[in-house]
Design a protein around this ligand. Structure first.
Ligand code: K7E
Ligand code: CUA
Length: 656
């Protein structure tokens, strides 16, 4: 603890003159405040809270007064919660959890027909899946820059991809393909968001078939990069226009798309060129040791523009409903090329100018910097050192790299700033390493607490990163927060990049799954709507055919059930009594007919698992079978007005 007695006088005057005197000036009508008083008040506060000079400086950089907005928004994966977390920077205030793969009661996500339909898009093998292991969110890009329109995120466990519209911060679509059995290099976008890339992690036989790995791993197991076509006009993925590039079962890891000079290419790591498949009770070593036997794995280089042409020319085979460019075709046509990469790497990140491809060694102390110019020249000259067992040409390692930077222990992921610097997370050393892209020299290291995984810098994956802020996304937090039992939150540490030496600003616990990755966007790029258009179905974006207007509320008995056309407005539902008969199918159509910003109503019915959120303008549909006779209170779950408690009614289910 640095105690403020050592505080420099000049620093105090600076702090007081610069920040603390502002309020005093305002109240004293422009006359400057008595300095001595403010100074001792500051010192007293510092002493009472045991704050050092550095602590107060950090506080000044993150403290955000009431009503003040944040400069950046960070979209973090919600890890196993299957959600996305929206965080303001530099305040590190949580602004929203977006329900994505998991039902989320606050938003009524997964409770009404609209959002149930979205979740149903992620059914696999005939199962509803109500969780996800989300890893990598990706913001939509235009010309390699975040455009603030969409966010995509992958589910590693049940390979799926979700589309979130940033007009209303709502999940609109989930897609999946039975071609693959897991993903990890997902989601990554091409520079104009033509494609969203989802790459396998654990290989399986394509299409979900059975094959014994002890006998047929090499022949039958496969990985793939799925290129999901994004239709920006519709704001949806078009599965019919999507395709996959087959990979050998090398257990692919992270991926990134090229940009500018490397546009048209995508890069994928692999960690298991050993072709291990486990079997530690079947006479095989565990995966952890067999995966890392070889000194080199293969960085996969995919020319996706060429792949796109070949698919259009009918060179793909359809497997499990997905057009797949088979290995033989990709190898022969120059779609897939390998270059060796050191020992079970983890992250691969393309530099802002698109020239460098940085691979984090994980079990190697280096960051390896490949040059797209060299790679292109080698491919053009046909300079391959060998072919892998699947016939894929392999480029010579030494000739494909610009160099290696000696980073330290356990390099994982890399981000970039606007000064030509790169920042790599070192998991084992538990630091952020700042290094110069130009000279490949380490400039600074900042300890993190603890075991940093990903890191995210402001606009850090774009062609024009901002610098300024970085968040270290740490896996362990053992002595950072109050104890909460054996399951601990993760620790997001906000780092100041504005000076040559990095400094720590703030610790933020993330108590909701393990967020692997995040992206940070300038807040002014986002233009969300305040309210929905009257009668809007948020999933179609259109006026619902079942829209209910004021004074048109009614109950109609139709062939498919009892339709209740209801409105919600402060502070009543109309109708507030719903009479049905036991066994009736009930179809509720509810409109929040308000257009006032923030005037959300909830709607819940006891015992029927009904809970929705109806934002101003929104139309929502709920279907259920009234299979239990009785009296069921229904009420608004958002404290919307002084008479919110009166916003209630009854569902009356008359016995047969
Ligand atoms: Cu955790 Cu990107 Cu899934 Cu690295 S991944 S840490
Ligand atoms: Cu509407 Cu409370």
């Amino acid at each position: 603890m640095h105690w403020p007695t050592g505080l420099s006088r000049s620093w105090i005057s600076l702090a007081i003159g610069g920040a603390f005197a502002v309020g005093a000036l305002a109240c004293s009508g422009g006359k400057s405040a008595p300095r001595g008083g403010a100074q001792s008040a500051l010192l007293e506060a510092m002493k009472a809270r045991k704050l050092s000079e550095a602590d107060v400086q950090a506080a000044l950089k993150t403290y955000t007064p009431t009503g003040r907005m944040d400069e950046y928004l960070t979209f973090a994966s919600g890890g196993h919660s299957g959600q996305v977390i929206v965080i303001g920077v530099p305040s590190m205030r949580i602004l929203k959890y977006i329900g994505v793969f998991t039902p989320e009661p606050w938003q009524g996500y997964g409770f009404d027909e609209q959002t149930k339909g979205v979740l149903a898009g992620g059914r696999r093998a005939g199962h509803d899946i109500t969780w996800a292991d989300t890893h990598h969110p990706a913001l939509s890009e235009t010309a390699g820059d975040y455009d603030g329109q969409y966010l995509f995120i992958g589910d590693k466990a049940n390979p799926r991809l979700a589309v979130i519209d940033l007009a209303d911060f709502t999940t609109k679509q989930i897609v999946t393909t039975e071609l693959i059995g897991s993903d990890h290099g997902a989601a990554f976008v091409t520079p104009n968001t033509d494609y969203i890339v989802e790459t396998t992690q654990y290989p399986v036989p394509f299409g979900g078939g059975y094959a014994d790995p002890a006998k047929e791993y090499k022949e039958k197991y496969r990985g793939a990069a799925v290129f999901w076509k994004f239709d920006r006009k519709k704001g949806r993925i078009d599965p019919a226009a999507s395709f996959a590039v087959e990979f050998p079962p090398y257990t692919q890891d992270l991926a990134d798309a090229g940009k500018l000079v490397s546009d048209g290419y995508a890069f994928f790591n692999s960690i298991n060129t050993e072709l291990a498949w486990g079997g530690n009770q079947e006479g095989q070593p565990s995966m952890e040791s067999s995966y890392s036997k070889s000194d080199m794995d293969y960085l996969h280089i995919v020319n996706w523009k060429k792949a796109e042409e070949l698919v259009a020319a009918g060179k793909a085979e359809t497997i499990a409903g997905m057009k797949v460019l088979r290995l033989e075709v990709s190898a022969a046509e120059g779609v897939l090329t390998f270059v060796p990469e050191p020992k079970s790497p983890h992250g691969v990140d393309v530099s802002p100018d698109g020239e460098d491809i940085v691979v984090g060694g994980k079990l190697d102390t280096h960051g390896t910097v490949y040059s797209i110019a060299k790679i292109k020249a080698l491919i053009a000259a046909g300079k391959f050192e060998s072919k892998d067992p699947y016939g894929v040409p392999v480029l010579p390692f030494k000739e494909a790299i610009r160099g290696q930077v000696e980073l330290g222990l356990g390099p994982l992921h890399t981000q970039f700033d606007n000064q030509g610097n790169a920042y790599t997370s070192l998991f084992l050393e538990t630091v952020v390493a700042k290094w110069s892209l130009k000279d490949l020299k380490v400039l600074d290291k900042l300890p993190t607490h603890y075991n940093i995984g990903h890191l995210v810098a402001a606009e850090g994956d774009t062609v024009s990163p901002d610098g300024g802020y970085l968040i270290a996304m740490n896996k362990w937090a053992l002595d950072r927060f109050n104890k909460v039992g054996p399951l601990l939150p993760q620790n997001f540490q906000l780092v100041d990049l504005s000076k040559p030496k990095m400094s720590l600003l703030y610790d933020m616990p993330i108590p909701l799954g393990e967020p692997h990755y995040a992206q940070m966007i300038k807040a002014d790029k986002l233009k969300p709507v305040d309210v929905y258009k009257p009668g809007e179905d948020p999933i179609t974006g259109e006026k619902s055919p079942e829209m209910v207007e004021a004074n048109k509320e009614r109950v109609e008995r139709k062939a498919d059930g009892v339709h209740v056309y209801m409105t919600a407005v402060r502070s009543h539902f109309t109708p507030d009594i719903i009479r049905v008969k036991e066994g009736d199918t009930v179809k509720l159509h509810i409109d929040n007919i308000e257009q006032a910003y923030d005037a959300t109503h909830g709607f819940a019915i006891n015992s029927y698992n009904i809970n929705i959120s109806i934002e101003p303008g929104e139309h929502s549909d709920v279907t259920f079978v009234a299979d239990k006779a009785g009296v069921f209170p229904m009420y608004c779950t958002e404290f919307c007005s002084a008479l919110h408690l009166e916003m209630a009614g009854y569902l009356l289910v008359e016995p047969k």
